[in-house]
Design a protein around this ligand. Structure first.
Ligand code: HEM
Length: 373
């Protein structure tokens, strides 16, 4: 399972579909308490039990080795002409998703919606948080097209095809990403970040929990068309890797609050929950460490799914294309981001771009509902 998900080069479309199925059905197997079972040809569960929305359309949930994130703006002419350009872009994205060995998906920014349109309730321009220095040339955008896959060339080729078909749109910014040592263990997508830490342990490992945290449901006060969709936050976070690398590994681990390999600082094994309550002064796990602030209540983990990619643009400009999915922005990303203000890691990171977006549900009925026919 690990090799199939992370490493396969030059997969065909069938292989990509099976990668997605294996990831989701692997997660479903974990729900049934059968971790470690064979995951051969199982079909993805179309709908988790008790009315949960299906997860399979949320392409970004499947962790991949390479990514490209493309932010596009409507041309002024198209902006006056309604939803036609959105429909064309969605068609280009679906064509790329079906043809290439790459997962491709669209996400909508708040500015793509005309006045009076039924837009997702929480969608707005990403605010500047404490310490951010947002660069307008790599922030926000009317739409985001994202492509992920096991092979960097295939991702780039698919991206170029989408860009060619994207009439009525102009490029705002784009960024390539990668997940070093991308793999799945116990249903969790793991990867090594440029700070040499393995990330992903705090994410859920079952399809039910993934869907529960990521997908908008009825009763949330969202427009009907948005149910089954997901809010996506993207943050371009530059890392001061030289400064970071001057610190010893134990110092770095106290900043994060876990060992590089995921073990907890109080000795708790990776897969179990640490006992923060027994360490009220933060002697073992500092109170300003990343995980202690991000998820202080171990019984109520923050309702978001992280799926970040590393980037390296040369000249020391490297870091994370942090990305997370959630059903509610205020309870998900924003609650955690506010708690992280003043964390020990703050001096090593600088957020320079990104934005708030909404990944629509499966199909294209949302286009008429949100933009009119
Ligand atoms: C950009 C720099 C960041 C780095 C280097 C980083 C790194 C890490 C690492 C190494 C872990 C521990 C392993 C894991 O559970 O995945 C972690 C956990 C986590 N991070 Fe971050 N992170 C960053 C940004 C963020 C941001 C912006 C958020 C959300 C606002 C966030 C939310 C979380 C959460 C919720 C956990 C899981 C905590 C737990 O359940 O124990 N991180 N991060």
């Amino acid at each position: 399972m690990i090799e199939v998900l992370g490493q396969g080069e030059g997969e065909g479309p069938m292989a990509v579909e099976s990668r997605r199925r294996i990831f989701l059905s692997g997660a479903a197997i974990a729900v049934a308490g059968g971790a470690g079972l064979m995951v051969s040809n199982a079909m993805p569960s179309q709908r988790a039990s008790d009315g949960q929305q299906p997860l399979a359309h949320l392409r970004g949930i499947v962790p991949a080795a390479h990514s490209r994130t493309i932010a596009l703006d409507l041309t002024e002419r198209e902006r006056l002409q309604g939803g036609g350009a959105v429909r064309r872009l969605q068609q280009a994205v679906v064509a790329a998703d079906n043809r290439a060995s790459v997962d491709t998906w669209l996400a909508l920014g708040s500015t793509v919606f005309p006045k009076g349109a039924q837009q997702p309730r929480g969608l707005r321009e990403m605010p500047s948080f404490a310490g951010d220095v947002l660069d307008a040339t790599q922030s926000h955008g009317d739409c985001l097209v994202q492509l992920t896959g096991p092979d960097a060339d295939a991702v780039r080729d698919a991206a170029e095809r989408v860009e060619k078909l994207a009439a009525g749109w102009r490029l705002r910014w784009q960024l390539d990403g990668f997940r070093a040592e991308n793999r799945v263990e116990n249903g969790k997508g793991l990867a090594l970040n440029p700070f040499h830490f393995t990330e992903g342990f705090g994410n859920p490992g079952t399809e039910r929990e993934l869907a529960d945290r990521a997908l908008v449901r009825s009763g949330q006060g969202e427009p009907a068309w948005a149910i089954g969709g997901s809010y996506q936050v993207v943050r371009i976070v530059r890392f001061a890797t030289e400064l970071w690398d001057k610190d010893s590994v134990p110092e770095q681990e106290r900043v994060i609050g876990r060992r590089r390999d995921g073990r907890w600082l109080d000795g708790t094994p990776t897969k179990e929950e640490p006992n923060f309550a027994a360490d009220p002064q933060g002697r073992l796990t500092p109170l300003d460490s990343h995980v202690r602030l991000a998820a202080p209540d171990r019984r109520n983990p923050p309702p978001l799914i992280r799926r970040s990619y590393s980037y390296d643009r040369g000249n020391g400009d490297k870091g994370l294309v942090f990305s997370c999915f959630q059903r509610d922005l205020a309870q998900g990303f924003e609650a955690v981001q506010k708690r992280l203000e003043g964390e020990a890691m703050a001096k090593y990171v600088l957020t320079t771009g990104g934005g708030y977006f909404f990944v629509p549900p499966a199909g294209d009925a949302w286009i008429d509902a949100a933009f009119g026919s």
